[in-house]
Structure formats: structure tokens, C-alpha cells
Ligand binder design. Structure first.
Ligand SMILES: [Zn+2]
Length: 317
């Protein structure tokens, strides 16, 4: 299957080095409409994003999966603008984040399924852009009754449309295998699924439990090393999983955003005060790849995680 990017379908062989989970912006549309320039300004974000992603391109990145779903302020026009100005390929997500939205609470699984099917078949929000991946998420509360319904609707869409699923999950909740079960019951093959944010733990038994089921692991928060699991721990866990034969099921990314509307003040972002210049979309190529090499991984093993595995996952055979 070709892979849907924001500028149209592409053959997997054209994707090159791919970051499996990033965001340009997560800024809720209701907040944008209500508070305007006190919450968000399009032009400021686009200029900053173009500058950051051009640096990422220079470091070797070719394709970026934007993991922003419908209810995190997905902005397809902005993603396309950044793709056109940088020459990078961007893959857009469909689906929902983990908060229990009232507008989902009273909807049936079939109605949610119909909305998402429509955007996969006709394009997103009046454009011809089709999602290349489905996004789901559960957090500390696990799969709530509303999420159970949303997951089933998304699982059915993924199975019917032959799209992969990225599932944000919290390793401390430990429900990775239950998520694989749920999606399998909707017709999703485990190798169509990545358990996101798996790199936040170093519990090899937990991670191997998921890998034995055939799903991918997202070792995808290298932009959050300072706040969570350290770079050294993340690298050690990846190296050990590769030594145990799982190198073909690992995907790397930063989970950064040019602007995360969920954290921090817009003013601090605009003046540059809240931006850490040492951590950006080049961090994997600058810091992680050399660290994996020093830990003993061959260049081919590293290339698999950044080039071959993303294509295998995104193409959905
Ligand atoms: Zn994310």
C-alpha cells in the first residue's frame, strides 16, 4: 500500500529517514478561536517550524509523522504549508487523544467510525489530504468506557482502510498487551500497531511481552530525556532489545512539537524563553545515533530503526 502524506500518496521507498511521532503544533481550536493571539499565532509557529524542520532535514530526516489527532488541534493546512516550505514529507493522523470528551460520550461507536471513515475516504476537513495513520491514546486511567468505544471505532477504521495505529500509552499503567488484544478483536494485525512511549520504561519483561505479540514499540520520547527516562537508560534498553533480536520492531522519535499548546505560556514561546535550543528535531541524529553506535549497535541496526522499520510499519502489507 502507498503511504498517504500531506502532499499525496508516496511509495514506501521514497520515505527515507522517518520520525514516527512528532508534532508541529498542538493548539486546541476552541482555544484558538476564543483567545486569538493570547493563545496562539499561526505565522509565528509556521516560521519557527520551518526553521526547525529545515535543520532536521539537514541532519538527515526525510519524513515526519505528525501525531496530532482531531481533538488536539490538528491543522492540516499548517502541516501542508510546512511540508511545502521545507521539502520534508509529513504524514497526518486521524483519531482522538485520551481525554473523555463530552462530544464523544454521547456518540455511538458507529457514528465515530463513520466520521473517521469519511476523512480517510474523502479527505480531511474539505481538503484532499488523507490520514496516513490512526492515532489513539490512553493514559493513567487506562481504557475508560468512552475510550473503549473510541478505540473500537478506530480499530475498525484501521482494519478496513489498511492504516497503521499509533497508540499513546503509559508504561506505568502496563496495559500494552490489553491494547493489542482490543485492537486484534477489531481485526487489526499486531504489526499494524505501535505501542507509543514504550521507551519511557526499562522493564524488559514488559516490553518483550508486547514484542512477542508482534506489535512495534515506540522508543519515541528522546525529546523528553531530561524530564523522564534518561538518554543513557533509553539507549541501554534499545541496545538490549536489539541484542535479543527485536531490532526490527523498534521505532525512534522525539515526541516534540514546535509549539505544544498544552504546556506553558504562549508569550514565553513567542519570545523564545521556553524553547530549549539543545533539544529539537535533530536530537536523534546529533545525540542518539552516536550514543547507539558507542553502545555497540552497527550502522545497519540503527538504519533499520530509522528507515526500514517505519516503512514496513506505515505501508501495512
Ligand atoms: Zn505526541
Amino acid at each position: 500500500m502507498p503511504v498517504n502524506t500531506v502532499r499525496g500518496p508516496l511509495d514506501g521507498s521514497e520515505l527515507g529517514q522517518t520520525l514516527i511521532h512528532e508534532h508541529i503544533v498542538t493548539a486546541d481550536w476552541s482555544m484558538r478561536m476564543a483567545f486569538g493571539a493570547h493563545f496562539y499565532e499561526h505565522d509565528v509557529v509556521v516560521e519557527r517550524a520551518v526553521e526547525q524542520f529545515l535543520r532536521a532535514k539537514e541532519s538527515g530526516v526525510r519524513t515526519v509523522v505528525d501525531g496530532t489527532p482531531v481533538n488536539m488541534g490538528r491543522d492540516v493546512a499548517l502541516i501542508r504549508e510546512v511540508a511545502e516550505r521545507t521539502g520534508l514529507e509529513f504524514i497526518v493522523s486521524s483519531g482522538f487523544y485520551y481525554q473523555d470528551e463530552v462530544y464523544l460520550k454521547w456518540r455511538s461507536e458507529d457514528e465515530i467510525h463513520a466520521w473517521l471513515t469519511r476523512e480517510c475516504e474523502d479527505g480531511i476537513a474539505g481538503t484532499d489530504v488523507r490520514p496516513g495513520i490512526m492515532k489513539t491514546a490512553c493514559a493513567d486511567l487506562g481504557i475508560t468506557p468512552i475510550l473503549d468505544k473510541v478505540f473500537r471505532a478506530i480499530g475498525r477504521v484501521a482494519a478496513e482502510q489498511r492504516l497503521p495505529i499509533f497508540c499513546h500509552h503509559h508504561t506505568e499503567v502496563g496495559n500494552g498487551e490489553a491494547i493489542v488484544d482490543l485492537f486484534e478483536s477489531c481485526g487489526v494485525a499486531p504489526n499494524q500497531l505501535v505501542l507509543g512511549h514504550s521507551g519511557d520504561t526499562n522493564d524488559l519483561d514488559y516490553l518483550e511481552g508486547i514484542l512477542r505479540r508482534g506489535a512495534y514499540l515506540g522508543m519515541d520520547r528522546f525529546g523528553h530525556c531530561a524530564a523522564g527516562n534518561s538518554l543513557e537508560n533509553r539507549v541501554r534498553t534499545i541496545t538490549e532489545l536489539c541484542a535479543r533480536g527485536h531490532g526490527d520492531r523498534l521505532l525512534l522519535s522525539h515526541d516534540l512539537a514546535t509549539y505544544f499548546g498544552v504546556f506553558g505560556s504562549w508569550e514565553d514561546f513567542k519570545t523564545g524563553e521556553s524553547v530549549d535550543p539543545t533539544v529539537d528535531f535533530t536530537f536523534i541524529n546529533r545525540q542518539v545515533v552516536p550514543a547507539l553506535a558507542s553502545a555497540g549497535l552497527t550502522p545497519d541496526a540503527v538504519r533499520a530503526m530509522l528507515e526500514r522499520n517505519p516503512v514496513e510499519f506505515l505501508e501495512v502489507h
